[in-house]
Design a protein around this ligand. Sequence first.
Ligand SMILES: NC(=O)c1ccc[n+]([C@@H]2O[C@H](COP(=O)([O-])OP(=O)(O)OC[C@H]3O[C@@H](n4cnc5c(N)ncnc54)[C@H](O)[C@@H]3O)[C@@H](O)[C@H]2O)c1
Ligand SMILES: [Zn+2]
Length: 714
Amino acid sequence: MDDAQRIQQLRDEIREHDRQYYVDAKPTISDRQYDRLLEELKQLEAANPELITPDSPTQRVGGEPIEGFEQIEHARPMYSIDNSYDPDDLRKWADRLPLEVDSFAIDPKIDGVAISLRYEDGQLVLAATRGDGRQGDNVTQNVRTIRSVPLSLDTQGSPPPAVLEVRGEIYCPWEVFNKWNEQLEEEGQQLLANPRNATAGLLKRHDSRIVAQRRLEFCAHGRGQLDGVDATSVTEFNQQIAAWGIPTNPFTNTANDIDEVLKIIAEFETTRHNLPYAVDGMVVKVNRFDLQDELGFTSRFPRWCIAYKYAAEQAETTLLEILWQVGKTGKLTPRATLEPVLVAGTTVQHATLHNMGEVLRKDLRIGDRVIIEKAGEIIPQVVQALTKERPQNAKLPTPPTQCPECGGDVEIEFDQRRMHDVKAWESRVEREKQRAEKKGEKPREIPQPAPITELDETARYCMNPECPAQFRERLEHFAGRGQLDIDGMGEKVVEQLTEAGLVRTIGDVFRLRERRDEVLELERMGEKKADNLFAGIDAAKQRGLARTLSALGIRHVGSTASRILAEHYRTIDKMIAASEEDIATFKIGENESGIGPEIAKSIYAFLHSHTGEAVVEELRTAGVSLEMPEEETSGSAGSALAGKSLVVTGTLAKYSRKEIEELIVKHGGKASSSVSKSTAYLVAGEKAGSKLEKATKLGVPVLTEEEFETLIAE
Ligand SMILES: NC(=O)c1ccc[n+]([C@@H]2O[C@H](COP(=O)([O-])OP(=O)(O)OC[C@H]3O[C@@H](n4cnc5c(N)ncnc54)[C@H](O)[C@@H]3O)[C@@H](O)[C@H]2O)c1
Ligand SMILES: [Zn+2]
């Protein structure tokens, strides 16, 4: 292959990855792998400058507009940042700067999504994504739900600047990210690759209430158009905007020369692991704005700025075994057992392999030396096998054709999109044949997609509805925290109950009291423990429809979907009476419900299946509440205060008056200044005076700051 061909091949490949990454927010290769492709292209283009075209991925910022959002032309373009994994490149960059620089600003590079916030006369008027750098998506509605983005600047009495464009990062803190992935796991859905993709995926949602449910954060790191802001450097600018209430990074540092810069970067390598958000590098900027302006930009990057990226946390180890675990939906997931190895400060012995297709695509053999990677707190991944070092006796893994726990039949699922393409091909050829025949032409050739092979496998399921392993997992989920939360029925007890055959169906749980003697025979089960268990089971009957539904662990139907369904249908009977179409398409006010066809199909199939009908009957007989209590209609987070009027009084500990009023507005409420009969709540801090008195007199509920926070939390 000559250079020109390889260049073309790389460009095609990179564009495809850009689309998956920026548009779909679902990358299929690691950033490191992507950067390698881009680096190869850069080098080939450097050797063959005549082949550079303006549309090459080396010449432009990668994003593309996302369907359904208004396109916004940026007042000043938003660039990417040149980056390197090699400290020497930073030195070279500094040496080559054509002017004297005596101050650099160094910032953690938060791994989120770039955003431009535009304030006019102190009011937030626009939030736009970077897009292709010239044009981005107007995501103002979504960004307004983010608590750390002030809706108006707090200029403390002085007139606000006419125009302030702050560039920064919207990101998903680890805590939010991990909780979210746990929930996806529970729902049997694909996990999010990393916090950046999580953020990107969320920001392009068309229902801002869904965005509001996930506590994204914002941190500023740059400037766009400015009018009426007199800062002359990064340092001054940060001070200025921080005073106006815009979050800046407390770890921003300055250095006088590149040696000092490299020292700060090296020191931060450990600090970054202790931060509540993902940091993948550090950004070094020329501090003074006049020098920045003099240096200007290339087609993709500012010349006054470079990013150092920390190497991914990888380690080499041996793949000892692949075990298959049975989940509550019957899904069999391969899990790698590894020779223990230290990565990013923790010992790793297991890694997820997702499915057999992935095992085959990665060409893994038992006994292989493998590279594993751990990003933040994400489950470790196997990146690749070192095939050149493959030992003679390395063994091909064999996926189970029978459930490893019950021997039940196994069904294999293949990539839906590929299946569709392959199927559609035959009918496309057929249509072309008919068309050509009619016109008396020779039919055009339609390229055939590669046939479906075992490499396209996406999942394997144990099909035995009575599979004890599945039932055990389901029961553990059913009784678990956040579900029916049955006191006294943890993992161990579930195991005992299923093993002893005391619980074979969900209904058996509620009949346990009748088998008290047998329960007492279980190991380490005393009178007190048993009574505690029975009380826990009784209490669980009153959790309401939303939690009961989510406790059933129906595929794709997790806690969020269950709540939305319960709030809409109110009773199980109405839900059963609904058509699949209705479940998929009902709206909440004017908004999509967020349920969609996949969830609808799953819940409908469950409710109308033999098992589903039996479970519902059993729950009913046991007296489990299958209704949504009236007072629990809260609306979704983000509109928790919809239509309500709130008054704030006294001195608050955590918020300024302005901040809390903004929060009220963000959650759909109205902040008013005087207490009346129509006031929904009074939020009272220290030294509350006459308003508190009046509220008490009128019977208006009074909230502390914490109670207020609970109210607006999901
Ligand atoms: N895996 C894939 O398929 C795939 C595909 C495309 C891109 N990528 C990854 O994305 C990278 C390119 O993305 P990019 O163009 O957004 O570049 P980038 O993420 O490497 O760096 C630029 C961005 O950093 C952000 N940033 C965070 N903290 C900052 C700070 N303190 N100061 C300034 N900026 C800060 C800004 O939003 C800026 O837009 C590639 O290097 C690659 O790793 C991966
Ligand atoms: Zn089984």
